[in-house]
Write a protein that binds this ligand. Structure first.
Ligand code: PA5
Length: 431
């Protein structure tokens, strides 16, 4: 369901002989789970093994929350947050007409943001989906405590049991203990799936379903992706691996350490954030890895566009493109034509956006020196998005193994936590 086109002067210079030599071994590392971090490859076939009853339970839970509450607060951070938000915004837009609103909290320690969301929620009969694999992450734990306190004060302790759904580990962690103790409905984050690969599990599925999206269609898209981007297919037939191999070669042989994710839709900005975590946390280790960055055009053509066209030659682009918009607008004729725009009369706004894309691509890849991977889906719908997420997860695993990096751990993330806990005086924390 994903199309991949690669454009730029560098295309003819890319030498895939290293990939030809290593492709089979890298694919076998993924398929047979023999590489570093191999106990975190559960996402590769999670969806095709997902029980029908579990999907039904997720759909029923989402319907119950939508029916019984004013809105939902999704509490989580990193991999327990970004995928759900990326999907909900990309599929429903930034100003959805659905009266059942979704809020996100626990993704920051900012008192300004937290205060303002809490004020928005005051007086509302809201539900909470608290998501944490470890069950101990500070940001969501604080937000969850604050939200429970607000609900308890307004509606009493008995309100909490049905209003809270916990998505967490099957056995361990403070959240699991509390959920068991209080009798909250629960969904399990599998042991063998890390946060940034978990959007296809209840971590993403429940909030996405609560936003009114058909998760069965989303799961069909992932199931199809398990076939489309299977490690049985060499990088010559597997587009996820072709893309993964290309970005590795651009980094290693063409010395381009920055991958700029580009879209032409403001509502895809959180897809870019999800991609940034997926690649940065998977690859940024052992003094290696590409730095992911992102822009939304045409908005950012008026800020970062100058650098991409003409600045330090450190980056290549990966463009997420959709052929059909979800909504469109026709530009009308104006009798006076004082703004001189009548040459666009009767044209669709999506047509103008498409021409901006084509013009920018030409400017960057022909007049400038940028290389671009163009990843296209027909339209942004649940099935195509499921397929796209999985495409990138397979590409990440392949690229990271080419770099000889464990794609599934994140040792660097722990260091700030250790320092913060010591400074906050958490019992048992060390300098
Ligand atoms: O990808 C990851 O593993 C991380 O981003 C985690 O998802 C994030 O740190 C949140 O962790 P937890 O789900 O344990 O609260």
């Amino acid at each position: 369901m994903v199309e991949l086109k690669q454009v730029g002067k560098l295309l003819s210079e890319l030498d895939y002989s290293e990939i030809d030599a290593r492709d089979e071994q890298i694919r076998s590392t993924i398929a047979n789970r023999t590489g570093a971090g191999n106990d975190f490859l559960g996402w590769t076939n999670y969806v095709s093994n997902l029980a029908e009853e579990e999907v039904t339970r997720l759909v029923n839970c989402a319907n119950r929350l939508r029916k019984n509450y004013d809105c939902l607060v999704v509490v989580g951070i990193g991999g327990s947050y970004l995928g759900a938000r990326a999907a909900i915004e990309a599929l429903n837009g930034l100003f959805p007409s659905d009266p059942f609103k979704i809020y996100f909290l626990g993704n920051t320690l900012s008192s300004n943001y937290t205060y303002q969301i809490l004020e928005q929620l005051r007086g509302k009969r809201f539900a909470i989906n608290v998501i944490s694999k470890s069950g101990t992450t500070t940001e969501p734990a604080i937000a969850f405590r604050l939200l429970k306190q607000m609900l308890e004060e307004e509606f009493g302790h008995e309100y909490l049991k049905d209003a809270i759904v916990a998505t967490t580990d099957r056995a361990k962690g403070a959240l699991k203990q509390e959920a068991d103790h209080e009798g909250y409905e629960q969904f399990v984050i599998p042991d063998d799936i890390g946060g940034r690969y978990s959007v296809i599990t209840p971590v993403g599925l429940l909030p996405i379903a609560c936003s009114g999206v058909n998760i069965k269609a989303f799961l069909e898209g992932v199931k199809q992706a398990e076939i489309d981007y299977s490690p049985k297919k060499s990088y010559k037939e597997n587009l996820a691996y072709k893309y993964g191999a290309t970005r590795y070669l651009l980094y290693k042989n063409k010395h381009l350490p920055v991958e700029m994710f580009v879209s032409y839709e403001l509502q895809y900005a959180m897809i870019n954030e999800w991609l940034k975590q997926l690649f940065a946390e998977s690859e940024g280790k052992d003094k290696k890895g590409l730095l992911p960055d992102s822009v939304t055009f045409t908005t950012d053509l008026h800020s970062v566009g100058q650098f991409i066209q003409d600045g330090s030659p450190i980056l290549f682009e990966t463009i997420i493109n959709t052929k059909l918009p979800q909504y469109d607008i026709t530009i009308h004729t104006d009798k006076e034509n004082l703004d001189g725009l009548n040459y666009l009369a009767d044209k669709k706004l999506s047509y103008v956006n498409q021409k901006a894309f084509e013009g920018t691509l030409k400017a960057h890849t022909e007049d400038g020196n940028t290389f671009a991977n163009i990843i296209t889906i027909e339209k942004m719908d649940a099935a195509n998005l499921g397929n796209l997420f999985y495409f990138f997860m397979q590409a990440t695993a392949y690229s990271a193994y080419l770099l000889d990096i464990n794609p599934f751990n994140q040792p660097g993330v722990e260091i700030y936590k250790k320092n913060m806990f010591f400074l906050l005086g958490k019992p048992g924390s060390k300098k």
